[in-house]
Design a protein around this ligand. Structure first.
Ligand SMILES: Cc1cc2nc3c(=O)[nH]c(=O)nc-3n(C[C@H](O)[C@H](O)[C@H](O)COP(=O)(O)OP(=O)(O)OC[C@H]3O[C@@H](n4cnc5c(N)ncnc54)[C@H](O)[C@@H]3O)c2cc1C
Length: 308
């Protein structure tokens, strides 16, 4: 099957891109592994006019719109991409596609702190993003647990105080400078330096943060700082440049340094929320269409030289 564009990843970024392309009457296939990053959460927030919708429902609606405009959706994984004849050969778990352009929207993986209870409660009441779910847990007793992602969790400890006046920061191994300590205490954020043993769960909800010294500190919500790992292996294999932070670099439209290869959403932009990922996909799609148009014009000129 030869198409104009293969979009890899059918989350907010990929589906938004594919919908714009399908409406521009480009042939487009989305290949999707079916694991959007926010799947563990019960609801999404911050997506204009879709407040509270379940993550998979949002994507199902987006998929139906995209298919309604003539786009194609394939469940499966893209395992490799090769450059060939000015285009690309895309190998999926089930078949081989060829395309003039690839748009990679494979998202990122949240590597969670290895604290008992975090994985089980992830997306329910163990959270990372107060803009996504802070309002829903407002005024509850909140714990912020530090660890590997120092700058992120320190920022989080200061930030979530906006949603609750009962916040305890457990540095959990992070050494605080005097300035950092004072900045937290000045805003009534308590600090407990005892290492965390586990998150205690009762009836499916966070109940407390258990500490190594045997204390159990009652909490209803826990914020943690995952390490954000882009799913960018396909881009790296194609020769896309990485920046100093180890992430693939793109221009404002999502174009990588490899001609014909775009990337959008969390795979190149870790803070992007759903609406930002969708916007990035849309912006990339328009740039992709302009790139294809330039090719179309060149092709038409070589075939049909105007007379006169
Ligand atoms: C717990 C949690 C809750 C969140 N809640 C919110 C919220 O309420 N509001 C909000 O705005 N944001 C929220 N977010 C952030 C949101 O998840 C991201 O902004 C969004 O998922 C980014 O979209 P994306 O399309 O870039 O990636 P994703 O949604 O992760 O989609 C990527 C897709 O690519 C697929 N894929 C990966 N590799 C391959 C491959 N090789 N071949 C084929 N397919 C592949 C994956 O299976 C996945 O379906 C939340 C995040 C988390 C972790």
């Amino acid at each position: 099957m030869r198409v104009d564009v293969v979009v890899i990843g059918g989350g907010a970024a990929g589906l938004s891109a594919a919908t714009v392309l399908a409406r521009a009457r480009r042939t487009v296939v989305v290949v999707d592994g079916g694991e959007p990053r926010n799947a563990p959460a019960g609801h999404t927030h911050g997506f204009l006019s879709r407040d509270g919708v379940e993550p998979r429902q949002l994507l199902a609606a987006g998929r139906a719109e995209m298919v309604g405009y003539g786009g194609h959706f394939l469940s499966g994984l893209v395992t490799s991409i090769e450059r060939s004849d000015g285009g690309f050969v895309i190998h999926t778990t089930d078949l081989v596609l060829t395309a003039r352009v690839v748009l990679v929207a494979t998202g990122l993986r949240d590597e969670l702190p290895s604290i008992a209870g975090v994985r089980e409660q992830w997306g329910i009441d163990v959270l990372h993003c107060p803009y996504c779910h802070g309002y829903e847990v407002r005024d509850s007793p909140i714990a912020v647990i530090g660890g590997e992602n120092r700058p992120f969790t320190l920022h989080q400890a200061a930030l979530v105080r906006q949603w609750s006046d009962d916040v305890i920061f457990f540095p959990n191994g992070i050494e605080l400078t005097t300035q950092e300590r004072h900045a937290l205490l000045a805003r009534d954020i308590r600090i407990d330096t005892e290492p965390v043993a586990r998150i205690a769960v009762r009836a499916g909800r966070v109940h407390a943060v258990d500490l190594i010294d045997g204390r159990s500190v009652p909490r209803r919500t826990v914020f943690v700082g995952p390490t954000f790992l882009p799913r960018h292996e396909l881009l790296k294999d194609l020769g896309c440049d990485l920046g100093e932070n180890g992430w693939v670099t793109v221009d404002p439209t999502g174009l990588t340094n490899v001609a014909g290869v775009w990337a959008a959403g969390n795979v190149v932009d870790s803070p992007a929320q759903l609406i930002g990922a969708a916007a990035a996909g849309s912006r990339s799609a328009i740039a992709v269409n302009h790139y294809l148009l330039a090719q179309d014009i060149e092709y038409a000129l070589t075939r049909n030289q105007p007379v006169g």
